[in-house]
Write a protein that binds this ligand. Structure first.
Ligand code: TXA
Ligand code: MG
Length: 361
């Protein structure tokens, strides 16, 4: 490698912290770092975020650089109290107030027209801003103590799966950030739902644990961005959410997503794994509890969890994708799951991880 080593890598402080009742002295250490313009990774109910003072443009530039994140992809602003929205948004539509009341704190990010109090670096020059209140005591304590909204993209290197443990954060960012608050594994395991309320009708940009059905029950006119429903083979020229077009979640090996009825998926994966093995390739299979025994044990087989519980699959997915990087596989054959509820979000991440290489079973 010709890349110059960074001359003075940071020492990244790893702090174990109680997730239900975070120790005030540990929150205090993290708060000091945030207030001094540093970067602190912390758990939320979805994935770990990399927190920075959203109102400090220098810190925000450092945040982008640290993650290696494209400058056109703004972070979500994390707040602790509904009242903070009125300072950050130019207008708060009635729809938003209903959703805030029903789903905050929780895994729902809302896009508003933004106020001018936010530095343009923080919003990548857009005239909108993404905001959410996380449902996690460590995150909430840190935001409250810091006294500022925290910009917090997922705490991974750009392109990697989002981190669901402090160890994942450490693996990607050790030496580049100031501290990691280790509050254990995150509960949901996929990033928050992103809903654009600056659009009319409201537009789902990223599916998550607050499901499309949940939102539809409140806003019957909500629509899904076409890229979320991968079955429509469309070309996206101008993405509404910048993150939509960037490479995501990719394991090192090439990944193919096999879609269809379960029995057909098993047959297709079996046939493909035989074919690729014959070509001298090492095969990984991303399966489920119910199907994993159907495959030849010469493959590296990992289960996302039971098909009867899509929440578990959501929780495990990014860990399994990361774990494949520890195995010598050339191609990963991944099973699809049903699109109901959080299944839509799981499938969206699987589609992205496969770079939309989807095979009909
Ligand atoms: O669950 C989560 O949302 C996690 C935790 C840490 O809160 N955060 C997270 O952040 O996933 P990030 O930065 O990895 O993803 C933010 C997404 C990106 O797809 C980005 O393009 C989109 O939100 N986004 C941010 N600001 C936007 C805006 N003004 N308009 C449209 N999309 C926006
Ligand atoms: Mg991310």
């Amino acid at each position: 490698m010709h890349t110059k080593q960074e001359s003075n890598p940071k020492t990244t402080l790893m702090l174990q912290i109680n997730h239900a009742n975070p120790e005030p002295e540990k929150i205090q250490i993290a708060t000091q770092i945030i207030q001094n313009g540093g970067l602190v990774a912390f758990p939320t109910e979805t994935v770990y975020g990399l927190g920075a003072n959203a109102l400090n443009s220098n810190t925000i530039l450092a945040l982008f650089k640290t993650k290696n994140r494209p400058m056109d992809n703004p972070p979500i602003l994390h707040i602790a109290d509904n009242s903070q929205v009125y300072l950050l948004a130019k207008e708060v539509p009635k729809n938003a107030e209903i959703l805030m009341k029903k789903f905050w704190p929780g895994p729902l990010t809302l896009i508003f027209k933004r106020s001018n109090t936010i530095p343009k670096e923080t919003v990548a020059n857009l005239d909108t801003v993404a905001i959410r209140i996380p449902k996690h005591n460590i995150a909430l304590s840190l935001i409250k103590q810091s006294g500022t909204p925290l910009a917090a993209p997922s705490a991974n290197l750009s392109g990697k799966p989002s981190p669901t443990t402090a160890q994942h954060v450490y693996n990607d960012l050790n030496g580049k950030i100031d501290a990691i608050l280790d509050g254990g594994s995150t509960n949901i395991g996929l990033e928050s739902t992103v809903l654009d309320l600056s659009a009319d009708p409201p537009l789902l940009l990223r599916p998550g644990a607050t499901t499309f059905e949940d939102i539809q029950a409140v806003l019957p006119n909500v629509i899904m961005h076409p890229i979320i429903n991968y079955k429509q083979n469309i070309e996206i020229k101008h993405a509404r959410s910048p993150g939509m077009l960037h490479k995501h979640y990719a394991p090192n090996a090439e990944m193919l997503l096999i879609d269809g009825a379960v029995q057909d998926i098993i047959s297709k994966i079996t046939a493909l794994s035989e074919q690729y093995t014959h070509e001298g390739k090492k095969i990984g299979i991303l399966a489920t509890d119910e199907t994993q025994k159907a495959y030849a044990i010469t493959n590296t087989i990992k289960s996302m969890g039971s098909r009867l519980n899509l929440n578990t699959i959501a929780k495990n997915l990014f860990k399994e994708l990361r774990d494949f990087n520890e195995s010598p596989v050339d191609i990963i054959l991944a099973e699809s799951v049903p699109l109901d509820g959080i299944g839509l979000a799981v499938m969206n991440r699987l589609q992205k991880a496969s770079n939309y290489k989807i095979i009909k079973a």
